[in-house]
Design a protein around this ligand. Structure first.
Ligand code: AMP
Length: 191
């Protein structure tokens, strides 16, 4: 199973991604986590990405492809992936498709976690104490929401046109969202 998760910050992609990966016995690849690890470890990718992550901007597409491409192929070779946080721009989605097509590892399903901005703001502020600097600053939160609407939302049509998009209301408690997500994937024939 090869799944892409889309949704604004705070929509539960990380939580649901972990559940999905366990459900399908595939690897959970979170590009936000990968970037934070690179930043903490002081790698070249981390050094280049840090200023963008801190401001709530998107890391440039070529750097994201460099970091994500091989990891996706590796995971797919082992049975699949849950890709959480990538792609986030149309250019990334198109590049990822071209990259994955020859190896026959393009996504089978895309789950969109829909969440109103107000709920996202509340959740991000609430988890700021968990230590993420990009959750602790109101301006950065606003920028991440704006970036989502401007740059990531257009991907919904891209995947809708491919017939692999399912939408899940991300407002209810996590267990309820999990049930809705698995139901929606079944209806797509992906479970
Ligand atoms: P996340 O943990 O998914 O909210 O990601 C945290 C931050 O990492 C984002 O605000 C971006 O700065 C960066 N990031 C994660 N994934 C991507 C991506 N696919 N493209 C560009 N930037 C990304």
């Amino acid at each position: 199973m090869k799944v892409v998760l889309l949704g604004p910050p705070g929509s539960g992609k990380g939580t649901q991604g972990a559940v999905l990966a366990e459900h399908f016995h595939v690897r959970h690849l979170s590009t936000g986590d990968l970037l934070r690890r690179n930043i903490t470890e002081g790698t070249e990718i981390g050094r280049l990405a840090a200023p963008y992550v801190e401001r709530g901007e998107l890391v440039p597409d070529d750097l994201m492809m460099q970091m994500t491409g091989a990891a996706v192929l590796d995971a797919a070779a082992e049975g699949g992936y849950v890709l959480d946080g990538f792609p986030r721009t149309l250019a990334q989605a198109e590049a990822a498709y071209e990259f994955a097509k020859p190896a026959d590892v393009t996504a089978d399903a895309v789950v969109y976690f829909a969440l109103p901005d107000d709920v996202a703001r509340e959740r991000l502020s609430a988890r700021a104490s968990a230590g993420r600097s990009d959750d602790a600053d109101g301006d950065v939160i606003e920028r991440r929401l704006q970036v989502f609407h401007e740059q990531t939302e257009p991907l919904l049509d891209f995947y809708r046109n491919r017939g692999i998009l399912v939408t899940v209301d991300a407002t209810p408690p996590p267990a309820q969202v999990t049930r809705a997500m698995l139901d929606a994937m079944r209806s797509l024939g992906s479970d």
